[in-house]
Design a protein around this ligand. Structure first.
Ligand code: ADP
Ligand code: MG
Length: 757
């Protein structure tokens, strides 16, 4: 189905305009129409100019008070000085030119009494706020007739995410250029007509007109509502189809059996399972007994004891004659998992050895950095079935690793285990293994529904009894006395048998650890301005706190910090170990082992220790340049302490100043250890698109308006409608437009394909 929406902008608008729009990633008519205004300017409601901050990029609605062209004696040339006002404060607009004549055009437009939108970066000239060479739009001036001018003067003005070469009004003009000639037949609507009618929603074309050319603010809102619902429905229908596809697959049932390894493990565990561990265990046992593959997400905050839950599920599969694979995000974690599984299993993992218990199995570690001999052995154990449990990274899913009978795949600590990886599993054979995805990053329900909408979800609520709370403090990096106190405190903890992690954002002077997430995201668009512009979507106007201020010292680096700590009098006689992602697996292992044993009770590291590392003696977590990390990352890091029976301490050292988002993030961490509260806070503080965007199955930008937390109810409804649609028409035969929208959302190559053709 080709439609006018697929036409290239170059064909419709000419190559120059198309090139500028290309900078915004807009290639087709459809792309441009889906480039929605971020907010609207309302004529008559002027922006409060007194609130503008120097250095801010703003778009303001104001009234012209005066405009004068002057010759400049000193520098030669001419300047135009205009004053605009909100009725109280004023702002100066300044234009320079070689000759005065050039400035007459501006002078003619900027007549006293007229209103307009002005865009630029706020500068300071002799104590006066000013915009130099601002881009501007005078309301009503370009209209063909007086009626038009009047209409325009009362209409909300769409403000688009823009770039310097393509200011918002030129985008608006381009949008009108492609939108005006379109008819209903040109714009296929993904929303089924029945749904549209029952919910009283406009067609797609109507909605686009409401959003791009609203008569009133309420129009714009109505249009957005409908587009938002469409996004939710397309996504949820895609997910409903995946669920239906999945339910049609076949798996080998692995029912629980009494008297096997599961019972033997339960009998030797040094602790009683929590009620949560038991009930999730029962759910998993039931899932594994079915002949359709389990696809379940287990959420449990750090330290909630997910490993033993996974181990019991894996043993059930081994008891039933199959094998299980445990995938960790890093080799460090894989090695640690293998160690702790062997430790929990004791003689139950000694198959083939004299010490083996009856019915024992083997835990085999398989990683890319193993020596070739070791690796061959591990591959052979996986292929022969001698290994009941194979532990590794995602490389385990590669074709070269053969299993005798893979029954269960457990994916640990991977909230970004996306659709592609799940598909790779399915592609492995006719019988699809059961899959359990575990994450310690709590995901608010609606995000889970959006990102992991094709998974069933279980939550491990309570933490094992006897755990001590971890107290968190913010330490200002500039205060030398406080910094001294940190290391004195570390010494005390070590003397009492504890261990301390010291986390740095970088490895050495110029290498950054491969960061998984960037906490501060640049918004790239025009800064929000209060008053006269109306923000329908406050959540989308991401805050940045990177601009301005004096240059900062470089971020703390592992190599340097380890050196400094070794020289600190407080730590005299205490071994300091260093670890980061660039070390070989062996050296990482050795460093971890020295830390765990207490030989080196202080470990300076990058975030390679972020997830899963389990050293119960660790009681202090010091994070240097903590402002560099995101909330969930810091929560994970903090989860490395407080795992034993002693109270623990987390110190977030940072230069972040009060009032910045970074400071707010750190304060949130100091205020609570509840991962779910923090996850909500995280969503609030960063642009949610990034949370969804990175993890979400569809290519970029398929969710423009939908916000998982705010739109929870809408997503719920869309999910219900989607499930009903797919139940009655799994192939969506009677809804080709919806099917096409899903296909284009799920096709990450689309953009590439279009720009090549
Ligand atoms: P996470 O959910 O973060 O992966 P782990 O599975 O690593 O947590 O468990 C954290 C620690 O708690 C481990 O040392 C584990 O042995 C211990 N643990 C697990 N379950 C219990 C329990 N029911 N009672 C006491 N300790 C437990
Ligand atoms: Mg874990």
């Amino acid at each position: 189905m080709t439609s006018r929406l697929d036409e290239r902008l170059a064909t419709v608008l000419g190559t120059r305009t198309a090139a500028s729009l290309g900078k915004l990633g807009l290639e087709t008519v459809g792309d441009l129409l889906r480039h929605y205004p971020r907010r609207y300017g309302e004529p008559g409601q002027l922006t409060r100019l007194g609130d503008l901050a120097i250095g801010e990029h703003v778009t303001v609605m104001a009234q012209v008070r005066s405009a004068t062209v002057r010759q400049m004696c000193s520098r030669g040339g001419a300047m135009l000085e205009a004053i605009v006002t909100d009725g109280h404060d004023s702002l100066q607009l300044t234009f320079f030119a070689k000759r005065a004549g050039v400035l007459r055009m501006h002078e003619d437009k900027l007549r006293a009494g007229r209103q307009g939108l002005f865009t630029g970066t706020v500068g300071d000239y002799r104590g006066r706020r000013q915009l130099t060479h601002p881009d501007y739009l005078i309301v009503g001036v370009d209209s063909a007739t007086e009626d038009d001018a009047l209409a325009e003067a009362s209409r909300p003005i769409p403000l688009y995410p823009a770039v310097a070469s393509m200011p918002t009004w030129r985008i608006g003009k381009a949008v009108r250029g492609v939108l005006d000639p379109l008819t209903e037949a040109d714009v296929p609507d993904p929303l089924p007509a029945s749904l549209r009618e029952s919910r009283g929603l406009p067609t797609l074309l109507e909605a686009l007109r409401l959003v791009h050319v609203p008569e009133t603010v309420d129009d714009a809102r109505r249009g957005r509502e409908r587009l938002r619902f469409e996004e939710a429905l397309v996504l949820q229908t895609a997910l409903a189809r995946r669920r239906a596809d999945h339910a049609a697959l076949a798996a080998v049932p692995r029912p629980a059996a009494a008297g096997g390894l599961v019972d033997a493990l339960d009998a030797r565990l040094p602790f009683a399972l929590t009620a949560g561990q038991r009930s999730v265990g029962e759910t998993l046992a039931g899932d594994l007994a079915r002949d359709t593959p389990m696809l379940r997400l287990l959420q449990g905050d750090v330290g909630s004891g997910k490993t033993v839950v996974a181990l019991r599920a894996m043993l059930q599969v081994v008891d039933a004659g199959g094998q299980a694979a445990l995938l960790a995000p890093t080799e460090v974690l894989a090695a640690q998992h293998a160690r702790s599984l062997r430790h929990l299993l004791g003689p139950l993992a000694d198959a083939g050895m004299l010490t083996a218990a009856e019915a024992a199995t083997r835990v085999t570690l398989l990683t890319g950095s193993q020596g070739s001999k070791e690796r061959r052995l591990a591959l052979a154990e996986a292929a022969s079935g001698a290994a009941g449990i194979v532990v590794g990274t995602h490389a385990l899913l590669s074709e070269t690793v053969q299993f005798a009978d893979l029954g269960l795949v457990v994916v640990d600590e991977q909230h970004r285990f996306g659709v592609e990886q799940r598909d790779a599993l399915r592609a492995r054979g006719e019988r699809v293994p059961h899959t359990l995805v575990m994450t310690a990053t709590p995901i608010p329900r609606t995000v889970a529904m959006t990102v992991f909408g094709d998974l069933e979800t279980s939550v491990l609520g309570e933490r094992p009894a006897g755990r001590q709370e971890t107290v968190t403090h913010l330490v200002p990096a500039g205060n030398a006395a406080w910094i001294d106190r940190i290391w004195a405190r570390v010494r005390e903890e070590v003397a009492a048998g504890g261990r301390a992690y010291v986390v740095c954002p970088r490895i050495d002077g110029d290498t950054e650890e491969e960061a998984e997430e960037t906490p501060v995201d640049a918004d790239g668009g025009a800064g929000a301005s209060g008053g006269g512009t109306l923000d329908l979507d406050a959540a989308a106007a991401g805050a940045t706190d990177t601009a301005g201020g004096p240059p900062r010292p470089p971020l703390a680096a592992v190599a340097e910090v380890a050196e400094q700590l070794r020289a600190r009098p407080e730590l005299a006689g205490i071994e300091v170990e260093a670890m980061h992602g660039r070390l070989t697996a062996d050296r990482k292992d050795a460093a971890m082992a020295r830390f765990a044993s207490g030989a080196a009770p202080v470990l300076v590291s990058t975030t390679v220790i972020e997830v899963g590392v389990d050293v119960p003696e660790a009681t202090v977590m010091v994070v240097l340049d903590a402002q560099h990390f995101g909330i969930s990352q810091l929560h994970q890091l903090r989860g490395r302490v407080g795992r034993g029976d002693k109270p623990s301490l987390c110190l977030l050292v940072s230069l972040a100043e009060e009032g910045t988002t970074a400071h707010e993030r750190l304060s949130a961490l100091a205020a609570t250890t509840d991962g779910f509260v923090l996850a909500e806070k995280d969503l609030e503080l960063r642009r949610e698109g990034d949370v969804l965007g990175a993890a979400q199955s569809g290519g970029r930008n398929s969710l423009r308006l939908l916000r998982a937390v705010r739109d929870a109810a809408l997503i719920d409804e869309a999910r219900r409608e989607a499930t009903a649609l797919v139940d009655t028409d799994p192939a969506l035969d009677s809804h080709p437009e919806l099917a096409a929208a899903i296909a284009s959302m799920l096709d990450p190559e689309r953009e590439d394909f279009l720009s090549r053709s």
